[in-house]
Write a protein that binds this ligand. Structure first.
Ligand code: AGP
Length: 612
């Protein structure tokens, strides 16, 4: 979604802002702009295109080298096409107030109508621009920018993470949050504001998270926060747990490839300090206070979108097979609108990498409003979903920069496996059985590393299929969600249409698609239903389908049945998805590279969908 960076302090602000926007490019955007206060004047430069295009524009116009207070924005269009006029910042009629904004102002049309009637002149089609004119209007009676913004926002419905600058008050920035994340960076004699810590971690690791309904006045020397209702709020300053090096590409061509190869380490990090192999126990401090509620729940509901929803589907197999806990998985976007039957007997887990996905957050809030216990399985520490749940488990995957989720998915599955063992043991699973599962879980990082040893094989396979127009992904049991996730990966970064299906469903329709032009990927570990999947493979083969199989290292039959085999180590069926997805991540990566698409920032996609 949109990127926001603001700086106030002794440094030249333009390089700080542009570098910060570059670190947010992974969020997906289509225009960029900057506003600085220079010699008492507000200077705004903005255009459709990339941050590099904005930097050229700033350079050509001579920049404002002396300016030490400013803000920048990268926009992912929601209202109004991506062009220069619709790019942020937006200004008021007097050209002394500038606003950048992430979110959607739902009642902007009615506000705009009134403002036009009051004589305001608009220059864009955006919802955001109404904020600039509304603040201009309230400024007259408020007397200062902080109060003007606070009063203006009382008339606003919708979501925002916004920053306001005015040449009338060059020593302050105003930041406010409702539904779109904003953090304040606390430095020595300088302060920053950003939509994501990645933009400012280079300057400070000390941050304060604004909550919904809060507004902050930020100066070089400090900041103060109140609610929109003018109630003072004392903010705790946290220390960020990751540094810049983690954000950089680390020598890989793309963040996505780096993150695929990080998985042995990120799976290890998800387990670290939580798995007691000898006793077969799991320590999850975040859930200790709610374990009884989960064990005695009528059911567990796993909420998510996209890849996180796929993680939930695997989690359902784990929780029901191992912990025998009734589990349902819901698309958050559907759940939030179908008036679901949820009671205080239910426990809801919101699964989200970013912790900011609007649909997942709304579904979580709905479940809470109906009395459910709200828990989270989240990656980004301090994110909205993390802070709105009663308890939860962080997946510790580190910043995931590639828009296509990879390491977060395997870490979500690892945490779901930990939660499952934690609950199974609490429900009476024997220490012996627990230790068997714990021991296997402990082996997963090394087994993931063994899968990555075959990474180059995927590159040659991808070369052979890069012109395919459709793919079918098939799996059974806990590998059906792997088929879905593998198909999603291919779709979102190579733009090839792909469908995931339960392998047994082939005969109910999809088999009509099979011919020599339809590559079919099977996830076919040597488990209890291997023979069933093998017969599905024969059905495809009989119709000249070209077959790529993800199969176990010791499977000597498979090579006779398929065109390509990618080997994965054995593990227990419900842990299998953690390993089996890795070859499919690599396949989609190399397909995208061979097709020259933008791997880390695929077209039309955003890393975190914080609007509906
Ligand atoms: C996955 O590759 C996609 N980027 C997308 O489906 C993503 O999983 C979905 O938007 C949910 O995001 P979240 O995990 O941050 O909530």
């Amino acid at each position: 979604m949109c990127g926001i960076v603001g700086y106030i302090g002794p440094k030249q602000c333009i390089p700080v802002i542009l570098e910060g926007l570059r670190r947010l490019e992974y969020r997906g955007y289509d225009s960029a702009g900057i506003a600085v206060i220079d010699g008492g004047q507000l200077r705004v430069q903005k255009r459709a295109g990339k941050v590099a295009d904005l930097a050229q524009l700033v350079e050509r116009d001579g920049g404002s080298a002396s300016s030490t207070v400013g803000m920048g924005h990268t926009r992912w269009a929601t209202h109004g096409e991506p062009n220069d006029a619709n790019a942020h910042p937006h200004t008021d009629c007097s050209g002394t107030i500038a606003v950048i904004h992430n979110g959607i102002i739902e009642n902007y049309r009615s506000i705009k109508t009134k403002l036009i009637r009051d004589g305001h002149r608009f220059k864009s089609e955006t919802d955001t621009e109404v904020l600039a004119h509304l603040i201009e209007q309230t400024y007259r009676r408020a007397g200062d920018l902080f109060t003007a913004v606070r009063i203006a926002l009382r008339d606003v419905e919708g979501t925002y993470g916004l920053v306001v600058l005015s040449s009338r008050e060059p020593d302050n920035m105003i930041a406010a949050r409702m539904g779109s994340p904003l953090i304040v960076g606390v430095g020595e004699g300088e302060h920053l504001v950003a939509a994501d810590a990645a933009a400012i971690v280079e300057y400070t690791r000390h941050v304060a998270y604004l909550e919904d309904g809060e507004i902050a006045e930020i100066s070089a020397g400090g900041f103060r926060t109140t609610t929109i209702e003018d109630v003072t709020v004392d903010k705790e300053v946290h220390e960020l747990t990751f540094d810049l090096a983690q954000i950089e590409r680390g020598g890989y061509d793309h963040f996505m490839l780096k993150e695929i190869h990080e998985q042995p380490e990120t799976i290890r990090n998800a387990i670290r300090g939580r798995l007691l192999v000898e006793s077969g126990d799991v320590k999850l401090g975040g859930l200790s206070g709610v374990s009884e509620k989960i064990i005695h729940a009528r059911r567990v509901i796993l909420l998510g979108c996209g890849t996180s929803w796929h993680a939930g589907l695997v989690g359902e197999y784990m929780l029901e097979q191992i912990a025998r806990i009734p589990t349902e998985v819901e698309y958050a976007s559907e759940f939030r609108y179908r008036n679901p039957i949820v009671t205080s007997q239910d426990v809801v887990f919101a699964i989200s990498q970013s912790g900011e996905t609007a649909d997942t957050l709304a579904a979580l809030r709905l479940a809470k409003s109906k009395g459910a216990t709200a828990l989270g399985i989240v990656n980004v520490v301090g994110s909205t979903i993390a802070r709105e749940t009663e308890a939860g488990v962080y997946i510790h995957a580190g910043p995931e920069i590639g828009v296509a989720s990879t390491k977060a998915f395997t870490s979500q599955l690892t945490v779901l496996a930990l939660v499952t063992l934690f609950l199974a043991r609490a429900k009476g699973m024997s220490q012996k059985d627990g230790a068997v599962l714990a021991k296997e879980m402990q082996s997963l990082p090394d087994k993931a590393a063994r899968v990555l040893d075959h990474a180059d094989e995927l590159r040659s396979i991808a070369e052979q299929y890069k012109d395919a127009r459709n793919f079918l992904y098939l799996g059974r049991g806990a590998n059906f969600p792997v088929a879905l996730e593998g198909a999603l990966k291919l779709k979102e970064i190579s733009y090839i249409h792909a469908e995931g299906y339960p392998a047994a469903e082939m005969k109910h329709g999809p088999i009509a698609l099979i011919d020599e032009h339809m590559p079919v990927v099977f996830v076919v570990p040597k488990d209890a239903i291997y023979e069933k999947v093998a017969s599905n493979i024969q059905e495809v083969r009989a119709r000249k389908g070209r077959i790529i199989a993800v199969a176990n290292e010791d499977d000597e039959e498979i090579a006779k049945m398929v065109d390509h085999v990618i080997r994965v180590p054995h593990t227990f069926g419900f842990f299998g998805p953690i390993l089996n997805i890795i070859p499919l991540q690599l396949l989609s990566y190399w397909m995208a590279v061979s097709r020259g698409t933008n791997v880390d920032q695929p077209r039309n996609l955003a890393k975190s969908v914080t609007v509906e």
